[in-house]
Design a protein around this ligand. Structure first.
Ligand SMILES: [Fe+2]
Length: 494
């Protein structure tokens, strides 16, 4: 049975196709086709690509349970959308006549997160922790996951917390308080936190939190905090204190999860799992860590399909989206880098998830003091934000001190301390950390490029940032890359 997984209707809609043999045939984001950042709706281009493998879709799996979500929205004063009470109603609107004979199912929001993580992980048994903003009612869940003798994934719910007590809503409220866009720019709040003092995290806790161990808030943060919340503090101090508080509360959840003694393997999912600064502490609680490269709601298109499939999936890498065919242009990129210092690449299958991992990337020589300003002139983002390095995995220990529990970081999911920050100022944050991507010997295009760059220069690392026009989603196809070239005067190789 070939299964199409859909997540849509809130933010960052996505589609995934899983074949009857457990292969992930496609996984991609609606925004890359509509060019609307965080597009909540499925579109024709996405579905067309998702099913462009001559696969008949037998079943459509939806990432949450509509009537439960409507009930929660009614409870929180958002009203009920009567035309979205059932999966069939939603899929009818979203898919507009595609797959009329396919059966359909809906799955719990947090179980979709859990399945997307566990069934792509290398583990036979794992403790699964899901932390997000809000789905139906659950906001934090802990699961014991394993495969039975027939290889079917089994999930036992060990603990949960529900709306309005939500770590994701807390961080989004802080994001709004410091002048950024909630549900979009939480990663900038995280970057800003390095510039402030986290000294006020205990005060913040006493104002907001009723029980830090049960993760109970004293107020509903769904609509944010007041404009004068922690008045008198700078935005940087608020961000730093909130980040520290978030990390302590995540620590409480992880300690609880560990104490169930289900497994020393952690699978971590939900939008909060994108907080790579907090993730550096996960090794304090678990021996092994797996975070799927798209752990937020978009990843639950894969999660819903995985749950419906029911067994382990064949996971290889995050290159699962639209394909720009052709061999990875290694020699031309190396020449371009030696010539101008900055090049774009749009080749192969687009990354599933928010990070550019080498197939839709803007790449630069990370050495020297000037490169950060040069890349920033193109990206035009806040000057305080550093760029990320991508490095041959076997060399990571020479340049970075990886945190406990993280021997690699293939999807940029943790930060590590840079050992030579003065040599690489463009890829090091003010707190001396870098959000490193390590590349194993997997034969990928970015691996071949790093090997050639290393042979040519002795440097095993490049600066890597997403290839996107300001305000737009990542480049998807060659015409997007052409527009990027025209606007910024940077060659994009395919
Ligand atoms: Fe979620």
């Amino acid at each position: 049975m070939n299964i199409l997984g859909i997540s849509a209707g809130f933010h960052d809609a996505a589609a995934t196709v899983i074949s009857s043999r457990g292969d992930i045939v496609f996984a991609g984001h609606a925004e890359r086709y509509s060019k609307k950042k965080n597009d909540a709706d499925i579109n024709l281009g996405l579905i067309w690509d998702a099913c462009d493998q001559n696969l008949a879709v037998d079943h459509v799996a939806y990432y949450e349970t509509p009537w439960k979500k409507q009930l929660r929205q009614w409870y929180s004063g958002q009203g009920i959308e009567w035309n979205k009470l059932t999966t069939k109603q939603i899929l009818k609107q979203q898919l507009k006549g595609f797959f009329p004979t396919a059966s359909h199912s809906c799955h719990s929001h947090h179980l979709s997160h859990a399945a997307g993580g566990f069934q792509t992980s290398p583990y036979d048994r794992a403790t699964v922790v899901v932390i997000d903003a809000i789905g139906e009612w659950d906001t934090i869940t802990i699961w014991g996951a394993e495969y039975d003798r027939q290889g079917r994934a089994r999930y036992q719910r060990l603990w949960g917390q529900q709306y309005p007590h939500s770590l994701g809503l807390f961080y989004s409220a802080i994001t709004q308080r410091v002048g950024l866009h909630p549900l979009d720019e939480e990663y900038i709040t995280m970057g800003m936190s390095a510039y402030g003092s986290d000294h006020y995290n205990r005060v913040m806790e006493s104002v907001l939190i009723r029980d830090p161990y049960e993760i109970e808030f004293g107020q509903n943060l769904h609509t944010g905090v007041t404009d004068d919340f922690m008045g008198g503090l700078s935005n940087e101090d608020i961000a730093a204190s909130a980040q520290r508080l978030l990390e302590r509360l995540i620590g409480n959840v992880m300690r609880r999860a560990r104490d169930f003694k289900w497994s020393t393997n952690l699978v971590y999912q939900g939008g909060v799992a994108l907080n790579c600064l907090a993730n550096r502490r996960l090794g304090n609680y678990f021996e092994n860590i797996w975070i799927m490269p798209c752990p937020g709601d978009a990843g639950s298109s894969l999660g819903a399909a995985a749950f419906a499939y029911g067994k382990r999936l064949h996971w290889h890498n995050a290159y699962l989206g639209y394909n720009i065919p052709g061999a990875y242009p290694v020699d031309r990129i190396v020449c371009g880098l030696l010539d101008t210092g900055i090049v774009g690449v749009a080749n192969g299958r687009a990354e599933f998830g928010p990070r550019a991992l080498g197939n839709r990337s803007l790449l630069a020589d990370p050495r020297g003091a000037k490169i950060k300003d040069q890349v920033n002139a193109i990206k035009r983002r806040q000057k305080f934000r550093p760029f990320a390095p991508v490095i041959l995995e076997e060399h990571v220990g020479e340049y970075f001190a990886m945190p406990r529990g993280w021997s690699d970081s293939r999807y940029m999911q943790t930060v590590s301390l840079c050992k030579n920050p003065d040599l690489f100022p463009a890829i090091v944050h003010v707190d001396q950390t870098s959000r490193v991507q390590t590349v194993p010997k997997d034969g990928s295009g970015i691996r071949q490029l790093l090997e050639a760059w290393h042979a040519q220069t002795g440097c095993p690392m490049l600066l890597n940032t997403s290839l996107n026009i300001r305000g737009e989603p990542m480049v998807n196809d060659r015409s997007d890359a052409d527009r990027f070239e025209m606007l910024y005067g940077v060659t994009v190789y395919s």
